[in-house]
Design a protein around this ligand. Structure first.
Ligand code: SF4
Length: 395
């Protein structure tokens, strides 16, 4: 348990992030913690790098909506101060706190208080002993060995409230390190790709590593380390877990077609406008934005609700059934309105509500489907014209 949040042992995968404010500035830090909690973050870590930071933690912990972990590098005394401040967990970097007696002192104190510790091995600051042993290279074996050495110190003082991470900025390296670690220990694992960088590349990198491991059943808690507002980290974490079916959906899952020659509307703009309109509304439905009525309702029939464009109007559908026709400029507002209705009353009630308009909606959709097919033909992507152009340029 990290505070009241379970980690490992079959508990839901949790999302973590870290504040970027000075921890001593407790008001600014709390503001960031509240933003993170609202974005779906389960546990927040704050640096405890100076005595003033520990004092900040003493003010932050009682007012935080989520458990707080103190991040400790180099000075084990900061760990003791953070425990005194009432934090719910510690993170120690074995590469930076190397004296066994210091590690054991912290573990003894944490044990007395029932506070868990993460052994946070980091490829960029690996303990020199395993680093040298493996030829002056950061290898999965060296990272796992560093973690196991730290566990051994904890075991000497009979402390086992441990979770472990072996993060690296290289995705293949971290994947292999976690795979080996999961074979070597049953302690809960905290997954992450360090220094993943700014979005969107950073999100891709972190997702590649974290999702691969989660799909293999490895990992209990995750953090996206992005060069961005920490709220983006929490959002990315939540979106990944929701997409993988590992956490219940909290917000809209907006799906949209990639658009093609049949599109009757600028799908990118409508999808973006819909994302903005739904914002942070907590409506856990899947909503589709489709560029045409030819394939749209069919392709998105599993969505709770959707809209497909056709001839300057939008065809609204619920569970694949056409329910209503609206002018093009009302498509997004109508989506939001019906999503709220379905969220409150259910899809069956929505279909019942559409009883009077359903037949006309189906007929209108068929008209637009026929017109679209007639106008654009079966090959709406104009591939024959492209091929002819390629042949022409080949000479
Ligand atoms: S056929 Fe219609 S729904 Fe499918 S990608 Fe093209 S525009 Fe979108």
């Amino acid at each position: 348990m990290v505070g009241d949040v379970p980690v490992g042992g079959g508990a839901p995968i949790t999302i973590q992030s870290m504040t970027i404010t000075k921890t001593a500035d407790h008001e600014a830090t709390l503001q960031q913690i509240y933003g993170l909690a609202a974005a779906g973050c389960d546990i927040v870590r704050c640096t405890c790098n100076e005595p003033e930071a520990a004092e900040g933690l003493a003010r932050i912990v009682p007012r935080s909506p989520v458990p707080i972990i103190a991040d400790i590098h180099h000075q084990y005394r900061r760990a003791l101060e953070a425990l005194e401040a009432g934090v719910h967990g510690l993170r120690l970097n074995p590469g930076n706190i190397r004296k066994p007696e210091h590690i054991k002192t912290v573990a003894r104190e944490a044990k007395d208080r029932g506070i868990p510790i993460r052994i946070g091995v980091n490829g960029g600051s690996l303990d020199p002993a395993p680093y040298d042993k493996y030829g002056g290279k950061v290898t999965p074996e060296a990272m796992v060995e560093s973690a196991l050495q730290e566990i051994a110190y904890f075991e000497e003082v009979d402390f086992d409230l441990i979770k472990i991470s072996v993060k690296a900025s290289s995705v293949p390296l971290m994947i292999e390190a976690y795979r080996q670690l999961s074979e070597a220990t049953d302690h809960p694992l905290h997954l992450g790709v360090t220094e993943a960088g700014p979005p969107p590349a950073g999100i891709l990198k972190a997702t590649a590593g974290i999702a691969t491991l989660l799909a293999e059943g490895i990992g209990d808690t995750i953090r996206y380390s992005l060069t961005a507002d920490p709220v983006e980290e929490a959002k990315a974490g939540r979106q990944l877990l929701e997409a993988m079916g590992l956490r219940e959906r909290k917000n809209i899952d907006l799906i949209a077609c990639p658009s093609c020659g049949r599109a009757e509307v600028d799908v990118y703009t409508v999808a973006q406008d819909a994302m903005t309109a739904f914002g942070e509304r907590e409506i856990p439905l899947q909503v589709a934005v489709m560029g045409c009525v030819v394939n749209g309702p069919g392709e998105a029939r599993d969505a709770d609700l959707g809209i497909a464009a056709g001839n300057k109007r939008g065809h609204l559908f619920v569970k694949g059934q056409n329910v209503m026709v609206v002018p093009e400029d009302e498509m997004v507002d109508t989506l939001v309105e019906w999503a709220e209705f379905i969220h409150e009353h259910g899809a069956d009630a929505a279909l019942e509500k559409a009883r009077a308009t359903k037949d006309a909606a189906r007929k209108a959709a068929q008209e637009d489907r026929d017109r679209n097919l007639g106008e654009r033909g079966e090959d709406a992507n104009e591939s024959e014209a492209v091929i002819a152009e390629i042949r022409r340029s080949e000479g």
